[in-house]
Design a protein around this ligand. Sequence first.
Ligand SMILES: NC(=O)c1ccc[n+]([C@@H]2O[C@H](COP(=O)([O-])OP(=O)(O)OC[C@H]3O[C@@H](n4cnc5c(N)ncnc54)[C@H](O)[C@@H]3O)[C@@H](O)[C@H]2O)c1
Length: 429
Amino acid sequence: MKLAIIGTGYVGLVTSAVFADFGNQVVGVDIDAQKIKTLKSGQTPFYEPGLSDLLIRNQKTGRLEFTTDYAKAIPDADVIFICVGTPSDNQGRANLEYVFAAARSLAPLLKNNAVVVIKSTVPPGTHLKVKQIIDKVSKNHYFLASTPEFLREGSAIEDTLHPDRVVIGADDRFARETLLDLHRPINGKRILTDIISAQLIKYAANAFLASKISFANEVARLCDAYSADVMRVMEGIGEDKRIGKAFLHPGIGYGGSCFPKDVKAVLAFGREKQVNLNVIKGAHLTNQTQVDYLINKIKATIGSLKKVRVGVLGLAFKGNTDDIRESRALILIEKLIAEKALVHAYDPMAADNVKKFYPNLDINYHPSWQEVANQSQILIIATDWNEFKELDLKQLSRISKIRYIFDGRNILNPDKVKQAGFEYVGIGR
Ligand SMILES: NC(=O)c1ccc[n+]([C@@H]2O[C@H](COP(=O)([O-])OP(=O)(O)OC[C@H]3O[C@@H](n4cnc5c(N)ncnc54)[C@H](O)[C@@H]3O)[C@@H](O)[C@H]2O)c1
């Protein structure tokens, strides 16, 4: 099939690369000329394991091209995926201006019977507004559909090839059959539904996963209060198949480009219909206070943070990515700076992004955890990179004067940390 993918961010690029690899003819479109230039030169604008090889391979075969010009992508496309961002607006709602702009740009160029698929995460009913925009200018008949995306950054290719499920929201047979055909090489159960239910599946999934994380964090607070070990408690409940083990890992809260904004968006479109979402609201509130929870534990342990040299390991919102959107590590650092601490930090991938997007954040950057440790009086683990899970504690005690390790991701073994001569403070253990 001939595909146009609008928006070459995480979702759009991975979608482009994977569908081109299956033999489709794919054109990726973005308004960001710099990004398109980078892609055309064979580089990848962000770090995602395996993506670079896939992009280069498919560009070489000629099956994958990039452009800023809609007219080079839309007129031939059988299927068009809208994959632009839907960030929060200042009231927590999904900002749909990019989706609507994409709809305006593609509308005059659609061929007859093209299928326009919204892959961006959008509130229920957004496709009706997209339809109004397209109907104003398109003379041709077209179909609308929704295939929400569930990939995780850091394992995006694997998740796209082997998803648990593929949700196809379509209100017409032709669109449904076309999308079933296109997704044939991809594993996973098919969930066939109407467009609005597909849109809600995405928000319900993210709100549920965010709630699991906040639930684990609340139980961690209980464990701290009663001197229990939250990791054992989570293992004890996670083995129950009705509950499941995933997303029950306590820490300083969820961040990233999806959970925080999608939770806020659900609350906002719930409010619009006077639906009170107490569970989801609670998940949001717990997350909002989880970094403070760690800061308070640190202050309860060492006293004031004023002029304390604090080593922070991790800047990305999670391991295996250089994405810093809504990263709890950065919120932690902002709060440490507000407490007048002196912050030293290292991240295997994300430091350049922090320097670029937060040039005024007063961080002393280092090229390794060892150098951070060497400069710091206390150490905080803020991101769950594998490199930090396997921290060489013997080396740490040799090269630093650190006494306290605050494990904001509960990734170290407290016994081993203590055996190595440090004091260990985790979340709920
Ligand atoms: N990143 C994830 O892990 C993930 C996972 C599932 C779903 N999603 C959802 O997918 C959507 C995209 O997320 P992302 O992380 O890929 O976003 P992103 O910010 O990485 O990329 C969006 C891209 O769209 C481009 N763009 C904006 N307006 C445009 C227009 N009018 N025409 C063409 N290009 C335009 C931007 O320049 C940018 O390159 C969001 O709704 C997000 O919630 C993201």
